[in-house]
Design a protein. Structure first.
Length: 277
């Protein structure tokens, strides 16, 4: 029997008009729709007059339910996986099912569409040439502080998901760790009250303290300024010789290699070492 295909379908993150024609067509043609919250997905299907069996697949039943979905696929049934919003598998169930499909050689494909992270990135005006997605921020203060400290030297624009209940505390920690760093908070993307607030963490915090915190948020942080390129002068070459010698390379070969790496002459490096002994 030929296996069915799993279709990972992106769905709107707010505005229902953002559903793609291909996702609608696929939801109409599959045998089963697996989703996080059946009520939410039935609303979506009803809105588009699609009548289809749905089954739940979420964080706490994904192990057992994953096997059931895999069996359907093995039986030749086509299954669509949707999350409550955006792309399944991105901070949402989906990854484990993909792993199961890979393990069982079951075909799967992705139908692109809305993703809160990328929508917020472009709206933020922060650099888009290099970025990293960090998902949800740790909930506890100490962990959050250490987590941000580890990101101090990250040069790419960073994208985070955050719940409205933790936004204030998170912005306070960001203000401590990144006092001067430009950031943005994207709220209620694609919805009626879509808003983007740009500034330092303290400025963004002040805005929400004044206006209240409502809706869903993506936070974005400008990357660190790139570290100044290392100057490979004679001091660098001498230190490099010592490092190579410590690794067991002879002084002669270490000088040869260090001089080459620093674009200096072997003689200059050798003379400097002898004169400064
Ligand atoms: N899979 C989704 C995606 O592709 O973006 C994300 C799901 S994750 C469980 C939910 C988080 O995404 C929210 O807590 C929020 O950070 C962000 N999010 C989703 N919809 C949003 C919206 N309309 N505006 C701002 N943030 C949103």
């Amino acid at each position: 029997m030929t296996y069915g295909t799993l279709y990972l379908c992106a769905t709107p993150i707010g505005n229902l008009q953002d559903i793609t024609l291909r996702v609608l067509e696929t939801l109409e043609t599959v045998d089963l729709v697996a989703c996080e919250d059946t009520r939410k997905t039935l609303q979506l299907l009803n809105h588009f007059n699609i009548s289809k069996p749905v089954t739940s697949y979420y964080e706490h039943n994904k192990m057992t339910k994953g096997d059931v979905i895999i069996q359907h696929l093995k039986d030749g049934k086509h299954v669509a996986l949707v999350s409550d919003a955006g792309m399944p598998g991105v901070s949402d169930p989906g990854y484990d099912l993909v792993q199961q499909c890979l393990a069982e050689d079951i075909p799967f494909t992705v139908l692109p569409g809305p993703v809160a992270a990328v929508t917020a990135l472009v709206l933020s005006g922060l650099p888009t040439d290099r970025f990293c997605f960090e998902g949800f921020i740790p909930r506890h203060k100490k962990e959050r502080q250490q987590y941000f400290e580890r990101l101090l030297k990250e040069e790419r624009t960073m994208i985070f998901y955050e719940s409205p209940h933790r936004l204030e505390d998170t912005l306070k920690t960001m203000a401590e760790v990144f006092p001067e760093r430009p950031m943005a908070a994207a709220r209620e993307l694609t919805k009626k009250f879509e808003e983007i607030v740009r500034g330092t963490p303290a400025e963004v915090l002040a805005h929400f303290e004044q206006n209240g915190i409502r809706g869903e948020f993506v936070l974005l942080l400008h990357g660190a300024e790139p570290a100044a390129p290392e100057t490979r002068d004679i001091d660098w070459a001498v230190a490099r010789v010592a490092q190579l010698e410590a690794e067991g390379i002879s002084q002669k070969d270490a000088i040869k290699q260090a001089a080459k790496e620093a674009d200096l002459s072997k003689r200059d490096v050798y003379n400097f070492i002898v004169q400064n002994k």
